[in-house]
Design a protein around this ligand. Structure first.
Ligand SMILES: Nc1ncnc2c1ncn2[C@@H]1O[C@H](COP(=O)(O)OP(=O)(O)OP(=O)(O)O)[C@@H](O)[C@H]1O
Ligand SMILES: Cc1ncc(CO)c(N)n1
Ligand SMILES: [Mg+2]
Length: 546
């Protein structure tokens, strides 16, 4: 199996537009005479290269209730923009109560389905779910040796959450000996990890780490032990292991009965993200975020009378406002030098918002926020649209202060809100899971709430007295320290920060403190680029000292 490390180059930016690809079929450029079959297939191949569609093949069982299995896999891939073909290994009679029956597909016919898909379509990633017999696991391994793909995601489905057996003990050895060594990632839940390791007890995060390490030794390149079913946990914590480091992936535990199919969905999302070109860790993080958002949006759905209902994978279609196309990966390090524009200051120095943003980026700002308290909406929107283009072309995220409507209209990367603005959870409902949300917080309680509401970072201040914001109590280093220690989110310090004191803020070496946000120190100056450049070097020096 080809390794997924280093990650393949992302496909998206190189993809020509749909219209460009369709031109291959347009009568205007087609020859007048019918092309020969060879010419037609050459042209199809060219078109396919012109517009590749990330392709996941799921090899799994059908769930008649459509919450898990093949049905979940297809919906998850569709939601994340990957094509999903399907090889069915078993048909289950299943609903929200449990599994009433299992009818395995004969091995030879699983082999035939695999041949049909793999010999014809260019599959990027294979994802496996329910493999009901050792024979089927063997057939799959043979097919993968014959038709190698970029990555293999193995979700070792053995028991449904309702407690029903989906794959008997006879398959365990074949999983371990034949499939795992070919896998890029294996994603057992705690029960499955325990079974794979001879019924060891897994009660704590430390047990999950040991299990991940033991499963890694069976041959996959990465392991994710999922803690969705971990008892007594307020967070949904999964443990990721790459052979060297353990990473605890923490998500909000959504209170809902609708968790049927979370495992299948997670593995399919990982496969879809890998097919799109993500690295393994990014794929896992994006997949977890997707499951969390889907559960959140489906928490009150009522389908079926049993204890475990399905959730809505296509929740993003409900609101035209969701921009699900690009799940922007928020990088907390982007908070390092956070430039916040101010219309008053720009006016004073006779520069446009666009010029202010260009200059801040030129000087090395790592994230930009447009904070335009008195601008007219239409004028602000036009400027914001241009700023989005400027920031995109430099890879710098652009956020809008408070104005969710403007952020949506210009497709900004996110929004920053204060304590008296719209609550972060409402902003999340409007913006969807892919956007960055920041919240101004002065206390540990506010920081905790921001985390619960699904924010990505908090801004903490005023650290020093400031004139930019009226009636803004100063927290000082002590207040900043208290919030940083309590926060579960990355923090950016704000309020009165300038070239003279920025170094001392970073030298505090506080946990979660990722950078400083500045307004007047950059924009109430003649040359924004020069000020930004010098502040950046002050911050870099301070970080190397602390
Ligand atoms: N209530 C929840 N809130 C948030 N995330 C959850 C919740 N339940 C599960 N998850 C997440 O969903 C993913 C799948 O985890 P889980 O442990 O439930 O897998 P599974 O048991 O294999 O799923 P399945 O129910 O499909 O068998 C993990 O990332 C887990 O943390
Ligand atoms: C078909 C099928 N695959 C996987 C699972 C695990 O959720 C399930 N319940 N049903
Ligand atoms: Mg579960």
């Amino acid at each position: 199996m080809a390794s997924v490390q280093p990650p393949p180059a992302p496909l998206a930016p190189h993809r020509p537009s749909i219209t460009a690809a369709l031109r291959f079929y347009s009568p205007a450029v087609s020859p007048r005479v019918s092309p020969s079959p060879a010419a037609r297939s050459r042209r199809l191949a060219v078109a396919a290269r012109a517009m590749p569609w990330p392709h996941v093949l799921t090899v799994a069982g059908s769930d008649s209730g459509a919450g898990a299995g093949i049905q979940a896999d297809i919906k998850a891939c569709a939601a994340l923009g990957a094509y999903c073909s399907s090889v069915i290994t078993a048909v289950t009679a299943q609903n929200t109560v449990g599994v009433q029956g299992v009818h395995a597909v004969p091995e030879e016919f699983v082999g035939e389905q695999l041949r049909s898909v793999l010999s014809d379509m260019s599959v990027d990633v294979v994802k496996t779910g329910m493999l009901p017999s050792a024979g089927i696991v063997k057939v799959l391994c043979e097919s993968l040796r014959k038709f190698p793909v970029k990555a293999l995601v193995v979700d070792p489905v053995m028991v449904s959450t309702s407690g029903d057996t989906l794959s008997g003990p006879s398959t365990l050895t074949t999983y371990r000996d034949e499939l795992f060594p070919m896998a890029d990632i294996v994603t057992p839940n705690v029960k499955e990890a325990s079974k794979l390791l001879g019924d060891v007890s897994l009660q704590t995060i430390s047990d999950m780490r040991s299990a991940a390490e033991s499963i890694y030794k069976l041959g996959p390149k990465y392991v994710l032990v999922k803690g969705g079913d971990m008892p007594d946990s307020t967070d949904a914590i999964d443990v990721f292991f790459d052979g060297k480091e353990f990473i605890e992936l923490r998500g909000l535990r959504i209170k809902t009965r609708n968790t049927h199919g979370t495992g299948c969905t997670l593995a399919s999302c990982i496969a879809a993200e890998l097919a799109k070109g993500a690295s393994m860790l990014h794929a896992v993080e994006a997949a977890k975020k997707f499951v969390e958002s889907a559960l959140y949006h489906s928490k009150d759905l009522v389908i079926g009378n049993g204890p475990q209902g399905p959730f809505d994978h296509l929740f993003s279609l409900k609101s035209p406002l969701y921009k699900m196309g690009s799940l922007h990966k928020f990088n907390p390090d982007d908070l390092f030098l956070y430039a916040v524009t101010d219309s008053g200051m720009n006016k004073k120095w006779g520069r446009s918002i666009e010029d202010a943003v260009k200059a801040a980026i030129e000087g090395g700002a790592t994230i930009v926020q447009l904070r335009e308290k008195d601008a007219e909406t239409r004028e602000f929107l036009e400027a914001a649209k241009t700023c989005v283009e400027i920031c995109r072309s430099s890879g710098v995220p652009l956020l809008i202060n408070d104005r969710i409507d403007v952020a949506l209209a210009c497709n900004a990367d996110g929004v920053h809100v204060g304590q008296s603005d719209m609550p972060a959870w409402e902003v999340r409902e409007l913006l969807g899971p892919g956007k960055i949300i920041g919240v101004s917080c002065k206390t540990p309680a506010q920081a905790e709430q921001a985390w619960k509401d699904g924010a990505d970072y908090i801004g903490c201040g005023g650290v020093f007295p400031t004139t930019t914001k009226a009636n803004n109590p100063t927290l000082g280093f002590e207040g900043l320290r208290t919030v940083c220690f309590a926060s579960k989110l990355p923090v950016v310090a704000i309020g009165g920060i300038n070239a003279r004191n920025a170094g001392s803020v970073m030298e505090l070496g506080l946990p979660n403190l990722k950078g400083v946000a500045v307004v007047s120190a950059l924009f109430d100056r003649e040359c924004v680029a020069t000020e930004t450049r010098s502040l950046r070097s002050i911050l870099m020096n301070a970080c190397s000292r602390s």
